[in-house]
Design a binder for this molecule. Sequence first.
Ligand code: CUA
Length: 248
Amino acid sequence: MLERFMTGASTYSSSVDHLIFLIAALVGFWLIVAEAFFFWLMFRYRYREGRTSQYVTGEEKELKRWISVPHMLVIVCDIVIIVGAVKVWMNIKQTMPPAEQTVRIYAQQWAWSFVDPGPDGMLDTGDDVRTVGELHVKVNTTYHFELLSRDVLHSFCVPAFRLKQDAVPGRTIRGWFRATRPGTYDIQCTQMCGMGHGVMAGRVIVETPEQHAQWLQRAANPAFAAQPAVSPSAPSATQGAQLAEVRP
Ligand code: CUA
């Protein structure tokens, strides 16, 4: 449903959207009820000639119910939200479906770089493909990622996948995604990481198996390494990569 406003391109994007909608609907309902009641009270008991104010201690049973009943109902809504949130959390963060492919992601001030396992499907072998600012993945393929930071805290965020994961220096953080729709999607760092945080962007390019094979073939060509991995149409990613290069 949120996909009408924001592309959803992973297997779990709709479950995150449903959770956000559930929270917005429950919180929105109580906001409207509370505000409507508040303004009705103000109107109903507005100043009138000859009407005196009432002293209410709030200790009368029938008055206490105005607090305790909505309180209980709000707690029931909280439980509904917690159950829904834990289910989504378990599915995305606590359960790793078997990997069909594993990639490595490096965050650094202020660019993203990626290691693709290459044709042999294994990381840390001679045919690994390294890119800056662009992550190439196959559609309908379960990817595990190993997320590392070379310097400070960053956060790897792909809004279209509804994926966000902090990168912590000294740790290798594993996660997963499975893209469902070919296309090009934004990557944005979402953890304040210094002067270039705002331009620390990149792109995920979700390809069909044929397109991905073609890209791998091009990447195996020695001329590929001599070319900048970031295309001119991604100015922000280029800026980030340039900032990263000028660092000592
Ligand atoms: Cu990296 Cu913000």
